[in-house]
Design a protein around this ligand. Structure first.
Ligand code: SF4
Length: 394
């Protein structure tokens, strides 16, 4: 089966990326025809304002992918923007994709929902300001012809300005926290590119006639859209594309050091590029069971992120069961427990770290690997585009 997947370059990879994505890719590359790409154009759909670090992030992903086991002799590893044919197919697909299909995309709907919440915030400001504006207009020492129209006009301008001021941090940021809306979520994604990124994804997959796409549950609607675009193209211009299947995989949960989902933006991630000292500091500062205040207090390992790491990294079910027992009975203290996790985690992480360091000694060889991969990807993409143009008649 031909399998395609991509990853946005957002910086160094952490444990969550490995267990959530890369480990599965490494397995798939030994069993299937696999292509994996660094989705730098996709990064622009949300982060187009700050592109200074984009090249560095692409390089970091190259290093991490190879260090974590993606193998150019088994997989085609490439950079999306090096294969311009993706853009041509994206354009052609955008001609046949009804706008409503994109507006139903849950990510886009979230953005629209945020817009509704902002409108709600504006209405709240209007309600709170109405009496003040009325009082102000009443104090003006000359006759106002259309009092209501002026009042509405003023309220609209002032409440819009206040929403903007909240975003700029000039008014209580708690309001925004309560709304769970960020300026970035809203303004930066209200673009044509963001609306259309699932069409670009469809092009990324179908240009290689991908049959399988490893995804998480949240990506299922995108794969369905890709299948719909393939069906529509085939219906309009003749059988050209297969309908790819989503390959759902069970992945273990890797909590961040604070117990939430591991994410760079939560500042709770352990990176493969971290030094042993950095890993140790992060582990020793990890959140634990808040009820276990003293060493001898009985703990609840099932809610403790440190215990989740024991399960992932101890490699020994008996030892993990012992930790569980000793934590629950109060025999094991958190400091000792964390030291054990650090030791096990180092055994897991250090070969990857060493591999990274050795790859970084020869970055031009690294780029050659992706250049060669991009060339191989392009050969397939060029062939598909010849068929596509022929089918459409251009
Ligand atoms: S002993 Fe270990 S598992 Fe138990 S609460 Fe402390 S850190 Fe968590």
């Amino acid at each position: 089966m031909r399998i395609i997947s991509g990853m946005r370059p957002t910086g160094k990879l952490h444990l969550g990326h490995y267990f959530g994505v890369i480990r599965n890719w490494v397995k798939l590359q030994s069993e299937h025809d696999t292509l994996f790409f660094i989705a730098d154009w996709h990064a622009l759909t949300t982060s187009y304002k700050n592109t200074k670090s984009l090249k560095a992030h692409v390089r970091e992903l190259m290093v991490d992918w190879l260090a974590l086991g993606l193998d150019p002799s088994k997989s085609v590893l490439f950079v999306q923007s090096k294969v311009k044919e993706h853009a041509e197919l994206h354009l052609l697909f955008s001609m046949i994709t009804p706008k409503s299909w994109l507006e139903w995309n849950p990510t886009y709907k979230d953005m629209k929902y945020n817009l509704l919440k902002l409108q709600d915030l504006e209405l709240q400001f209007r309600g709170a300001l109405r009496d003040h504006v009325r009082e102000f207009l009443g104090s003006i020492p000359f006759k106002i012809e259309d009092f209501e129209r002026l009042e509405e006009h003023l309220l609209e301008s002032v409440s819009e300005a206040m929403v903007e001021a909240v975003f700029e941090g000039e008014i209580d940021r708690e309001i925004l926290k309560g709304l769970n809306v960020s300026k970035r979520d809203f303004y930066e994604t209200d673009t044509y590119g963001f609306l259309g990124y699932p069409v670009l994804q469809a092009a990324d997959i179908l240009i290689y006639k991908g049959e399988g796409v490893p995804v998480g549950e949240d990506q299922l609607p995108h794969i369905e859209l890709t299948r719909e675009i393939a069906r529509r193209f085939n219906y309009l211009y003749g059988e050209t594309f297969p309908e790819p299947k989503a390959l759902l995989t069970e992945t273990p949960k890797v909590p961040g050091t604070d117990g939430r989902k591991m994410s760079k933006s939560y500042n709770n991630a352990i990176f493969f590029a971290d030094s042993p000292q950095e890993v140790q500091q992060k582990i020793m500062k990890m959140f634990t069971d808040p009820q276990k205040l003293r060493k001898n207090d009985p703990g609840r390992p099932e809610i403790c992120p440190v215990f989740a790491y024991h399960k992932l990294f101890s490699g020994d079910q008996e030892a993990t069961a012992q930790v569980k027992e000793d934590c629950s009975s109060g025999k094991l203290g958190c400091v000792e427990c964390k030291r054990m996790v650090f030791t096990n985690l180092e055994v897991f992480i250090s070969p990857f770290r060493e591999q990274r360091e050795s790859l970084l000694k020869n970055t031009s060889a690294l780029e050659d690997i992706f250049e060669e991969g991009s060339k191989r990807a392009r050969e397939i993409a060029v062939q598909t585009m010849e068929q596509v143009r022929e089918a459409i008649g251009i």
